[in-house]
Design a protein around this ligand. Structure first.
Ligand code: SF4
Length: 411
């Protein structure tokens, strides 16, 4: 096999990592000071953007340790039977690359995942060594997100938590049947046990020790997971049910949804086309409703016979249109829980409304100043001097407030 340079490996292993959505990109604009003679760039191979636990948008070096893999998950470009160019970094190369990029101000952190080489423990040992060396030898203070191998030993995962800010374990697919069919070497029970152990460890380390009365630093960014959407037939209702269970059982910080991408020489068990990108977007919106807007997973798609989110309108508007009997709501009296259900109100707008109405009664124009789109809100609220009358129940309400369809993808 040809010997690859570090640069060639970087090209292969950063490209291979792009399918992982669990270090979500932000919409940050690019910075490239090469032309101006300064230092620092957010562009270039392997660099993506993500949000740190404190909400800052940061640039990460996003790479795999290797794209060799002994497993053969049908949906994965790096599966053992795939005919892709392979590469493998040494521990030393990942440490040097991270430090070089960091010192040049290209990145603020590292996202490291890997195919499984020889055994889960051997792979995990190398990944832990990367983060140990970065933290202890190089005194690297940047953000580290480590994708752990579920079958690796609990001791190795525990070590990883000492050095990484966030750990994640992919559940891969929304149902156990899907995992068994498309990733037969993976065991959903093992993935769940790993998540449960990680949750316990995070909680245990969050408590001050009896002796020193201090907390040991352990994965302060918590744990997250990723689910592939559209590789099997699970409807959105099933996906959200799985997410709700994951949030509840394992205290995850995030579930990431990654739209399935067709891969070369794919198995006939996989669909030929990728799902619409809008489906992934709607799932994120629905996930947001569960985490920040007090919606139960079962309500988001109640009365939707196919169990799929509406691609044309956001899930909160879809819910309000199906539950018109709950509206209009009086913005001067409704409690926070109900205000959060009004289409067009974000958490910030609701806070500002509650704050403002402590000292004055709100008119429609006041509400307009506190939210982004009064046109969307108007049919669902009552304010001083404003009532929507029959608009809330109008048959054409959806057409009047739904955004005009736009083409997201060419094909
Ligand atoms: S274990 Fe990970 S890298 Fe290997 S084939 Fe499965 S999804 Fe791909």
């Amino acid at each position: 096999m040809a010997v690859l340079s570090t640069r060639e490996k970087l090209a292969i292993l950063s490209d291979a990592a792009k399918y992982d959505a669990s270090c979500a990109s932000s919409g940050a604009g690019g910075r490239d000071s090469l032309k101006s003679g300064g230092i620092g760039s957010t562009e270039g191979m392997g660099i993506c953007h993500s949000y740190a636990p404190d909400g800052r948008c940061i640039s990460l070096l996003k790479i795999l340790l290797t794209n060799f893999c002994i497993y053969d998950c049908s949906y994965c470009i790096n599966r053992s039977s795939s005919n892709v160019r392979r590469a493998r970094f040494t521990v030393d190369e990942v440490v040097r690359l991270t430090m070089d990029f960091y010192k040049r101000n290209y990145i603020e952190g590292l996202f490291l995942s890997s195919g499984v080489i020889r055994s889960p423990d051997e792979t995990m040992t190398e990944m832990v060594e990367v983060v140990r060396r970065l933290r202890l030898d190089e005194k690297f203070g940047g953000y580290i997100h480590l994708k752990t191998i579920p079958e690796a030993s609990a001791e190795l995962v525990e070590k990883a938590g000492l050095y990484a800010d966030r750990l994640s374990i992919n559940v891969e697919l929304p149902t156990d049947e899907g995992v068994k069919r498309l990733a037969p070497e993976k065991r959903p029970e093992t993935i769940r046990v790993s998540m449960a152990k990680l949750r316990s460890k995070i909680e245990e380390k969050a408590e001050p020790t009896l002796r020193t009365k201090t907390r040991e630093r352990f994965a302060p960014g918590g744990q997250s997971t990723q689910m592939i959407v559209g590789a099997d037939a699970t409807p959105d209702a099933g996906i959200l049910k799985t997410s709700a269970r994951l949030y509840g059982s394992y205290q995850l910080r995030r579930v990431y949804y990654s739209a399935f991408s067709p891969i070369p020489d794919a198995s006939s068990a996989l669909p030929l086309r990728k799902p619409p990108l809008m489906r992934e977007h709607r799932l994120y919106q629905a996930d947001w409703l569960m985490r920040f807007y007090g919606f139960d997973q079962s309500e988001i798609l109640d009365g939707q016979p196919d169990g799929m989110l509406d691609l044309e309108i956001d899930p909160k508007l879809a819910w309000a249109l199906r539950n018109r009997a709950s509206f209009p709501l009086d913005v001067n009296r409704a409690d926070k829980e109900m205000l959060l259900r009004i289409p067009g109100f974000g958490t910030r707008a609701v806070e500002r409304i509650i704050e403002t109405r402590r000292f004055k009664r709100l008119r429609l124009e006041d509400v307009g100043r506190l939210c982004q789109s009064i046109a969307k809100v108007r049919p669902f609220i009552v304010a001083d001097g404003w009532s929507p009358g029959a608009t809330t129940d109008a048959a054409r309400l959806r057409e009047t407030i739904a955004p005009k369809p736009r083409q997201l993808e060419l094909l």
